[in-house]
Design a binder for this molecule. Structure first.
Ligand code: ADP
Ligand code: MG
Length: 352
């Protein structure tokens, strides 16, 4: 549906491996003072300046993690960086460098990789991170992208999953479930397009959802805001797999229970409308959808005044003793255990 047929195709074999690496990376300028040596040597060199180095990596595989029939390559490059930066911010660290490794089949011309790297470059520019290395290899089929992100933080600022305490408030940034519904829309349009290639979908009513799926933003702004209002969360995690799965990680690592209130979960109006259209429960989507890349964290009750009324934050529950379990308090005021269902369970449910 998005494919642009008017493209020139330069075969990767015309450039050779080093020519390709040089071509793709020549415009990446170094921005971080901690980057001592970047692309071009056997390894990059980072000056940690007495701080702790935070590292996270992700591997994305065509057909498993992304579908190029509706994911433009520029967006894919951008999103590959976002999913990694999100993990660095979830540690309350500043993201400073990335490495990008790709495996490509000869199905991809140079122009396709230029698009991918344009997205990576945009992400690096907006989030002020340096591309300092990577690896380039061939694949027999499809595209693989692995991004590793590095970040720096003062030792006393690092926020793990294990610090939540009984009585802490459970807080989330932004809203949830929109990315999952964006994916449902894109997959539906893909099927329509297969049957009727000339159909022109009107995606305007779904613009926010599609943007959340194709161009997510890692919440660096939330990390900056928390610093500004002088809050250090007691624990934090980013929401990549769905709210319930992340809550369970926080509680298990912190050895606590939780009470999560269904009526407090922040949902965008477009997301609610589309859930009605798909006849799917919006709470289920928020709990199990994933790919929101929002931050979920706990704060001491004494910090409540600092976030009160701030539209970036929603208090969705509170931490309880471990023995009380992890529970969702529904709108009907019944208590049900929180289980990690993930998108697998969700996709089964939508099929019946
Ligand atoms: P080596 O033989 O030591 O693995 P390479 O020839 O693969 O080195 O890489 C040369 C330089 O280019 C290194 O600095 C490496 O980190 C960088 N590099 C390789 N592939 C990529 C890529 N896809 N994106 C960014 N940098 C890359
Ligand atoms: Mg190499």
């Amino acid at each position: 549906m998005f494919d642009n047929k008017d493209q020139s195709r330069t075969s990767l074999s015309e450039l050779g491996e080093f020519g390709l690496i040089n071509h793709l990376t020549k415009d990446f300028a170094v921005k971080q003072s901690s980057t001592v040596k970047s692309i071009g040597d056997d390894a990059a060199v980072i000056d940690t300046k007495g701080k702790q180095l935070v590292i996270s990596t992700d591997l994305l595989i065509e057909g498993v993690h992304f579908d190029l029939s509706f994911m433009p390559l520029k967006h894919l490059g951008y999103k590959s960086v976002m999913v990694n930066l999100s993990d660095i911010y979830a540690m309350n660290a500043e993201a400073t460098q990335i490495t990008v490794s790709i495996a490509v089949s000869n199905r991809f011309p140079l122009e396709a990789l230029e698009e991918l790297y344009a997205g990576i470059e945009l992400a690096c520019a907006i989030y002020n991170v340096d591309l300092v290395g990577g690896d380039t290899t061939s694949s027999t089929k499809g595209l693989l992208i692995s991004v590793t992100a590095l970040g720096l933080a003062d030792a006393d600022q690092i926020t793990g999953r294990d610090g939540a305490k009984d009585g802490d408030l459970l807080v989330v940034s932004g809203d949830l479930g929109a990315s999952y519904m964006g994916l449902q829309i894109l997959e539906r349009e893909k099927q329509v397009h297969k049957v009727n290639p000339n159909s022109q979908p009107d995606l305007e009513p779904y613009s926010y959802l599609i943007e959340r799926q194709l161009k997510p933003e890692a919440r660096r702004d939330i990390i900056d805001l928390l610093k500004k209002i002088e809050i250090k969360p007691t624990s934090m995690i980013d929401i990549s797999d769905g709210l319930s799965s992340e809550i369970i990680h926080l509680c298990k690592n912190s050895k606590t229970g939780v009470r999560l209130y269904e009526d407090k979960i922040p949902l965008d109006p477009q997301m609610i409308n589309v859930c009605e259209e798909f006849k799917i429960d919006s709470t289920t989507v928020a709990l199990s959808g994933g790919e929101d890349y929002e931050l979920l964290f706990t704060i001491a009750q004494t910090d409540y005044e600092k976030i009160k009324g701030n539209p970036n934050f929603t208090v969705i529950g509170h931490i309880t003793p471990e023995g009380d379990g992890m529970n969702l308090i529904t709108r009907a005021n019944t208590s049900i255990p929180i289980v990690a269902r993930g998108w697998n369970a969700l996709s089964n449910e939508t099929e019946d």
